[in-house]
Ligand binder design. Structure first.
Ligand code: PHE
Length: 493
């Protein structure tokens, strides 16, 4: 049985009360606008409850000239009245009276037998006034049933405009009567509102059923952005391994972003080419007591570590930057929580003055993490990196020796993409100088990996910029599917 809505039911009833057949434009249903009636009729036709016949209906409206005649009078009426007043008029007088309409006026009066003789028009009480006045009245009413007048004006150019509209003539069929009966005198409840629940009405009334088979437009459910999805996967991996998520700040002092990690003040990465500096008049460095330690370690080192051997500048350390890496969050976190063991991570944004290409963005996410414990070693670092990537489905990463001012040894994670080796990120064990600055008493293994490059491989893309493509079709081509092992796989459909 077809399901109908309340509005459709009422339209059916209205047609029924008109003797089962109705013209759409004549149908009125209390509480429904013409648009709602029209839409209900369309649905009822689709549902097979109405037989609909379409008829072309001509409608008429005044043209701009017609509107002028309505205001000023039809030319023949204007002329006839003047003539009646004066008895007779010369052609010159007529032209002066109505320079742009006198021809029309003369032509129309001629049809009533009033024609100029010897250059003059003579008034005759011929009873034509009523006929001309009827024309004038028609302009007022535009009564569509006055076919004689419509005919007259259709043959006069430019007074009325004809429009063709399709009128629907609707007729109830047998299914319609069944639907009316089924909907019932009381009506089915089509939409639930709090009063139906509060009054207990829902217990006794019947609800309209949804027709799950009816064709409908495609409704898109909301989807997670592919980046959001992957970030959540990664967070879950670390949280399941017992890591604590740490937060951070987009804007950092270079003291924390670089100096605390023993990055020398003349390091090329500090160059304007790589780092976004933030203009600021003054700000308070948090934990200012650390700068004394930083100065000492940078300038002279300690116990057999020579330091950088330059004069450390406090002003340089006060510069503000958009954080260049999230290792700054690790430094802060361990400084504030220096009791081992600690296992921390974050998936957050960093900023670098990069020219954007297929594998570079100026604003990107890093998967940062560190373990601070007496059990930390290069092999535990290698194990955790391999394990992390394996959990995302990458069993084939390469770890190669690298260099960072704050780790020793340092390892880079590399994978092959598009036949080229792509660096996914860096890692290593914090140098003794860093441990000393941060006041740590056990080794730290740390890593910072690019998320977008990983995402590019995860989703089988060849360009990191695609991840931030805002094209809706493109974004909705990423689909969830629940695989047999029960894990959500999110990938390109
Ligand atoms: N911070 C480094 C980068 O941004 C990555 C890294 C993190 C290296 C931790 C070693 C240890 O590339």
């Amino acid at each position: 049985m077809v399901q109908i809505s309340e509005a459709e039911y009422r339209v059916l009833r209205a047609i029924q009360s008109r003797g089962a057949t109705a013209i759409e434009s004549e149908l009125s249903v209390e509480g429904l606008s013409d648009r709602e009636i029209a839409s209900a009729i369309s649905w009822l036709e689709v549902k097979g409850l109405l037989d609909v016949e379409r008829r072309e209906i001509k409608t008429y409206a005044l043209s701009s000239e017609g509107k002028r005649y309505l205001r000023e009078g039809l030319p023949e009426l204007v002329l006839y009245r003047k003539l009646k007043e004066r008895g007779e008029m010369t052609m010159d007088e007529i032209r002066d009276l109505m320079p742009d309409t006198y021809r029309i006026a003369l032509a129309q009066l001629a049809k009533f037998g009033i024609t100029p003789k010897e250059g003059k028009l003579i008034y005759r009480n011929s009873g034509i006034e009523a006929a001309i006045e009827e024309r004038q009245r028609f302009l007022q009413s535009m009564d569509p049933k006055n076919t004689a007048m419509i005919d007259h004006f259709r043959h006069r150019s430019g007074v009325i405009d004809e429009k063709i509209r399709t009128e629907r003539i609707v007729r109830l069929n047998d299914s319609a009567y069944e639907a009316i009966a089924e909907f019932g005198g009381e009506g089915l409840i089509g939409s639930l509102d709090p009063s139906i629940i509060a009054s207990g009405e829902w217990k006794t009334k019947n609800f309209r059923k949804y027709d799950l088979n009816s064709p409908s437009s495609v409704i898109r459910s909301s989807l997670k952005h592919p980046m959001t999805y992957l970030i959540e996967e990664i967070r879950e991996i670390f949280l399941n391994m017992g890591f604590t998520e740490m937060g951070g700040h987009y804007i950092e002092s270079t003291l924390w972003d670089m100096d605390s990690l023993f990055i020398p003040q003349d390091h090329p990465a500090r160059d304007m080419q790589d780092t976004f500096y933030v203009e600021a008049d003054s700000f308070d460095i948090d934990h200012p007591e650390i700068s004394k330690k930083i100065r000492k370690i940078h300038e002279k080192g300690f116990d057999g570590y020579s330091g950088w051997g330059y004069r450390w500048s406090d002003a340089e350390a006060r510069k503000l930057v958009l954080r260049t890496h999230t290792t700054v969050s690790t430094a802060r976190y361990l400084y504030e929580n220096n009791e081992p063991p600690q296992a921390i991570f974050s998936v957050e944004k960093v900023f670098r003055h990069e020219s954007v290409d297929w594998k570079h963005l100026a604003e990107f996410y890093q998967i940062e993490g560190a373990v601070y414990s007496k059990d930390v070693s290069v092999s535990t670092l290698k194990w955790i990196l391999r394990d992390f990537y394996a959990k995302l489905g990458f069993n084939d990463i390469k770890l190669i020796p690298s260099y960072y001012p704050y780790t020793e040894p340092s390892l880079d994670v590399v994978v092959r993409v598009n036949g080229k080796e792509v660096e996914l990120g860096g890692s290593g064990l914090f140098r003794p100088e860093v441990l000393k600055i941060l006041g740590l008493k056990a080794p730290v293994m740390a890593w910072g990996m690019g998320l977008e490059r990983l995402a590019m491989m995860y989703y089988g893309l060849t360009d990191v910029r695609d991840l931030y493509n805002t094209d809706f079709e493109f974004l909705s081509s990423f689909r969830f599917n629940i695989s047999r092992n029960g894990r959500n796989n999110y990938g390109k459909a």
